[in-house]
Ligand binder design. Structure first.
Ligand SMILES: [Zn+2]
Length: 197
């Protein structure tokens, strides 16, 4: 029953803030490239983790992997309870994409397939949830600052030379910059990542 309800939410017209861009992740050719010996995103502070197909619903724990994300990305201690308590997170096979976030009745949700449950994917998805905390004015500020930095900052340029997914739109760019650069992103962007720095 829960899963049909979840799917109902995913398909619901009411969940219009659903981050549909994440659906594209599953079809991105770069995922295929991860089976080669060369990392598609090498040289970045937080290289991409490969999907682990030994993961399933009974041998994975969202809480455990979220704790790894807290450590690896140095999420400030004072915000960790927020991420634990305020985001409704689900590990599920009943989604057609690796992971996604959406908003329903003022609550942010996160769903991830077990093989994609790793700190980097959580980092991306929680960055989507962090972005949702920005005011319209702050989103505008992010866009203005980021639109020039994405062409000048060496690490962002390296990221997009390896993996252009973040160029899809500013929301995905915001999330990809956090996922792969984290604390090494340009200082002036960090104010646009509430509860992550
Ligand atoms: Zn996203």
């Amino acid at each position: 029953m829960f899963w049909s309800r979840l799917l109902g939410l995913l398909n619901s017209r009411e969940s219009k803030k659903y981050d549909s861009a994440d659906i594209n992740v599953v079809r991105a050719p770069r995922r295929i490239a991860t089976i080669s010996s060369v990392s598609p995103v090498s040289g970045l502070p937080h290289p991409e983790e490969k999907p682990d197909y030994s993961h399933n619903l009974s041998n994975t724990s969202f809480a455990d992997v979220q704790n790894k994300w807290f450590e690896v990305y140095s999420v400030p201690m004072q915000y960790r309870q927020y991420w634990r308590d305020k985001i409704v997170a689900t590990v599920t096979n009943n989604i057609a994409y690796p992971a996604g976030t959406w908003e329903q009745n003022g609550v942010r949700h996160l769903a991830v397939k077990p093989e994609w449950l790793n700190p980097g994917v959580i980092a991306h998805e929680q960055a989507n949830n962090s972005y949702a905390l920005l005011t319209a004015e702050q989103k505008k500020g992010f866009s203005e600052t980021y639109s020039s930095l994405k062409n000048t900052d060496s690490l962002i340029r390296l990221l997009y030379s390896k993996n252009p997914y973040g160029l899809t739109n500013d929301i995905e760019g915001h999330a990809e910059v956090y996922r792969y650069l984290a604390e090494q992103m340009p200082q002036q962007l960090k104010r646009y990542y509430p509860k992550l720095f």
